[in-house]
Design a protein around this ligand. Structure first.
Ligand SMILES: [Zn+2]
Ligand SMILES: [Zn+2]
Length: 879
């Protein structure tokens, strides 16, 4: 039975038994900042189990994408070397949220394993928590498991809890006996050894208690079920193979990679490890990138970078040439894209990201490995058995070498790695960059409003409907957040009103500005912030009288600014949609800033946009503006919004209800911002800049409405000014500049020729300077020449005119250097050799040189010695 079929059967079996099939949550957990990656099926249901959230189903089933890196059993260097360590894996699970409990959970589990998969009942063993007799009885009653095959284990193995407090309960595991030959000997047994004979395949968690801070457990009113079965394991058992890597999930990639490398699986341990590492990491890579993890130097991005680099290096060890991981990861999409639709949608993007990362790593890998090999050899010579943390850190810092590669290479040399010391260096670096961050001044908003937040103070937002409203002033605070009765004229601080039309900065949209007129005074609102989802605060400067707590105030948003902001915000949505249309579905918002002056939009895409693509995006957005399309805002449940197909921002937290902004047929996004009610009000749209901000992330800056017109006017004025100077119409400017450039080039060439002519002594009859010394014709002269090349040309010209003699040319250059060229005709070689003469001559200008008997050259650095160099030559000939 193929793994894809097992997954399918699992989900269908539980659907048939009243479970809702829920899609896998992304690999980045949405609500849990403590978790690097989703690592179990229950992660997306955590709030449901805690009773903090309600959904319209009580039973669910999923095939959850999971990733584990680090931790006791998942250190990266194990992955690929053993039968069952993986980074990426799929977790099949069924869940009951206060609905069915132990009896049904056990029945479903048993029925699925024995009837749907057809496992041999006699090879299944059960473990239960030592005090959970209820589960023991049920396994006998419901599944008919004989008591001698039910094992009681302690808290460590069979008790689960979500944290120090909260839901917890006993668990029960199903083990599959792989046969005595797999076992580890006489002491082999469930709960006794760590070998692979009794393979744990399914874990059922019975959440039945609530643990308080003092450790006391009370019964949960509605106990729940959480189960998990790794697809890779059940596939190995169902397919009767000893290693997960031998299942079809991995074999297809392994065979493909082996073919690329021209090697065969199961011939050598080294090759197998490389193939398994590449297969495992290719899966992780193919799944991480669609979930918006991109290679970087920190956090999740760094883990992806480590995976790519580690797999790349194993490929090199096996003899793979060039970049190849994008091919193996693409193969993963071929195999698994049927169930996980997001893979196919981002295939091209994934390929570009991986290829780019492979290529950039290739450049540093050789250098880094060379340095590491040298260090390792030195260490071994010195009798060390660990690589110091400093070495590992240096490799990381200068070559981007992940510690995993150092570990792998060190291991091949029989050395360990001092990880504690490496961590120390990493921490120091982090502290340094943190320190560099600090001192930027202002207190953060949440700490200013700490006391209000503790009291759960909230305010109502009326700004979707109106830009002017009347409300009681609930709190007045100083700039530092101290609550006061009033602020007086000239003072600045904060004001909170029960209801406000001012939009507080959030979701990338800047806060509103405006004014307040209260019973006893007036104030300017400079900015508006949101210390929490439900609280809005105004940053004010009192201009007149007093702003008092309890007074009634009229709050007026600056309409022109707000309208300009709304233009930019609505158009940001149009831009997002247009980018997806032009570049592809992999385009996801990675950041956005919307203010009254401009908009900035960051999105996932590898290459810079071509002028053609920019023009096309601009044209689509403008068409949607000129068509004056309606913009609607609707509040609905998250599920309803998702069912409608609205785009949620990745990793963004949403409440129970969300507002959905829709431009029918064009765009539909979750968004709490303020928007135009018709796209036509945006007027016009121009892209003012396009750039890269990080690997795989591009940024577009743009303007709308009067800002767009102002931007265009500025360019028109600049073009007009340049046109006036060049006496050309703006449309002819490019041609005119091109002509000018050509002219400059021609003139440069002409000047070079003139210089050479000048140096070659066109204006000077040098032969007249020849004198006879000691019966030898000698021409020793200083001349002007820009470089040695020009001087040698001059030398050639003079030699052709002098049948017998010695020529010595010396020139000082603009940079203070001196060149000397010296020639001796053949008939004089028994008396003088150029190579010998030049040494003392060049010595006079602070240099040295040499050459053949007929021609020698030298350089010097002392132009003051030119005269004496010439004198020196004459002296040598005279001697
Ligand atoms: Zn064993
Ligand atoms: Zn928005």
């Amino acid at each position: 039975m193929k793994a894809n079929e097992i997954r399918q059967r699992f989900l269908e079996y539980f659907e048939k038994n009243g479970h809702t099939q829920v899609a896998s949550a992304p690999l980045i957990p949405k609500d849990d900042p403590t978790l690097l990656f989703t690592n179990a099926g229950m992660v997306q249901f955590k709030k449901l189990f805690l009773g903090q959230e309600k959904r319209d189903y009580k039973r669910a089933t999923t095939s959850q994408k999971c990733l584990r890196v680090g931790g006791k059993h998942n250190d990266l260097e194990n992955v690929g070397r053993t039968a069952r360590h993986h980074t990426f894996f799929e977790m099949l699970g069924n869940f009951s949220f206060g609905d069915y409990f132990k009896e049904d959970a056990i029945r479903f589990c048993w029925e699925f394993l024995t009837e749907e998969i057809g496992l041999d009942k006699d090879r299944l063993y059960i473990t239960i928590y030592k005090d959970d007799d209820e589960a023991g009885d049920l396994w006998q009653k419901v599944a008919g498991v004989p008591p001698e095959r039910i094992y009681k284990l302690g808290e460590k193995d069979n008790f689960w809890s979500m944290g120090d407090t909260g839901p917890c309960g006993p668990c029960s595991e199903v083990h599959f006996d792989q046969g005595e030959e797999v076992g580890c000997g006489p002491d082999c047994g469930i709960g006794k050894c760590d070998c692979d004979r009794f393979l744990e395949i399914w874990n059922l968690v019975f959440m039945q208690y609530d643990q308080a801070e003092d450790g006391v457990r009370t019964d949960l009113p509605r106990p729940s079920i959480d189960t998990g079965m790794g697809l890779e394991r059940i596939a190995a058992v169902a397919q009767g193979v000893a290693s997960n890597y031998e299942t079809d999930l991995f074999q297809s990639i392994i065979r493909y990679t082996a073919e690329l490398a021209g090697v065969t699986y199961r011939r050598s341990e080294e090759i197998d490890t490389a193939l398994q590492v590449i297969a495992d990491h290719s899966r992780a890579i193919a799944f991480l990138i669609p979930d918006q993890v991109l290679p970087s130097n920190e956090g999740r991005g760094y883990i992806l970078r480590r995976l790519i680099r580690r797999a790349y290096r194993f490929g090199k060890l096996m003899g793979l040439e060039g970049s190849f991981l994008w091919k193996t990861a693409s193969k993963v999409i071929d195999d698994m894209g049927g169930h996980y639709k997001e893979l196919e949608e981002t295939r091209d993007f994934m390929v570009e990201v991986v290829k780019g990362e492979e290529e950039s790593f290739a450049k540093t890998l050789d250098k880094g490995l060379e340095m590491l090999e040298t260090e390792l050899a030195d260490l071994k010579k010195a009798g060390a058995d660990v690589v110091p943390g400093e070495t590992t850190f240096k490799l990381y810092d200068t070559y981007g070498f992940p510690i995993d590669i150092v570990r792998d290479v060190a291991e091949q040399h029989g050395l360990g790695v001092d990880e504690a010391e490496f961590d120390k260096f990493m921490q120091e670096q982090k502290d340094r960059s943190k320190a560099a961050w600090k001192g930027s001044g202002e207190k953060d908003v949440a700490s200013i409003f700490q006391s209000l937040l503790e009291q759960d103070v909230t305010s109502e937002f009326s700004g979707y409907e109106t830009m002017a409203d009347q409300s009681a002033i609930a709190y007045v605070l100083t700039a530092d957040g101290e609550t006061v009765d009033a602020l007086r004229a000239g003072e600045s601080g904060w004001m909170v009103a029960a209801t406000t039309p001012f939009y507080g900065e959030s979701g990338g949209q800047t806060g509103d500005a405006g004014s307040v007129a209260a019973q006893n005074g007036k104030a300017d609102v400079l900015d508006t912030v949101k210390p929490s989802q439900e609280l809005t605060a105004h940053k004010i400067t009192v201009t007149d009288g007093e702003i008092r707590t309890g007074d009634t105030a009229f709050l007026n948003v600056d309409r022109a600014l707000r309208l300009a902001t709304m233009r930019n915000h609505t158009v940001t949505h149009l831009l997002h949609a247009a980018l997806q249309k032009v570049l592809g579905d992999h385009v996801k918002q990675a950041g956005s800033l919307v203010g009254p002056d401009r908009l900035r939009f960051d999105f996932t895409h590898i290459k810079g946009l071509s002028p053609g693509e920019i023009a096309e995006v601009e044209a689509i957005v403008n068409r949607n503006i000129f068509d004056a399309l309606p913009v609607t805002r609707e509040v609905m449940s998250i599920e309803a919004a998702q069912a409608k197909g609205a785009t949620a921002l990745f990793g963004e937290k949403y409440g129970d209800t969300v507002s959905v902004i829709e431009v029918p047929g064009v765009s539909m996004e979750f968004c709490g911002g303020t928007h135009l009610d018709n796209t036509g009000i945006a007027g016009t749209f121009v892209i003012t800049a396009e750039s890269g901000v990080a690997a795989g992330i591009r940024r577009i800056e743009a303007a709308t409405g009067h800002n767009a017109v102002a931007w265009l006017n500025e360019r028109r004025a600049a073009a007009a000014e340049a046109g006036a100077m060049l006496k050309a119409r703006p449309a002819d400017l490019a041609g005119k500049v091109h002509d000018l450039q050509q002219q400059v080039k021609d003139m440069g060439r002409e000047m070079q020729g003139l210089q050479e002519k000048l140096a070659s002594g066109a204006g000077r009859d040098m032969l007249s300077e020849v004198e006879e010394i000691n019966g030898v014709k000698v021409l020793a002269a200083e001349l002007e020449a820009p470089n040695m090349g020009v001087m040698l040309k001059q030398m050639d010209a003079l030699r052709s005119k002098l049948d017998s003699g010695i020529i010595c040319l010396v020139a000082g250059h603009a940079d203070g250097k001196v060149s000397v060229a010296l020639a001796v005709t053949k008939d004089l070689h028994d008396r003088f050799k150029a190579g010998d003469l030049i040494k003392p001559v060049a010595g006079e200008v602070g240099g040295g040189g040499g050459g053949r008997p007929d021609l020698a050259r030298a350089g010097g650095s002392n132009p003051d010695g030119i005269k004496s160099a010439i004198a020196k030559l004459k002296e040598l000939v005279a001697a």
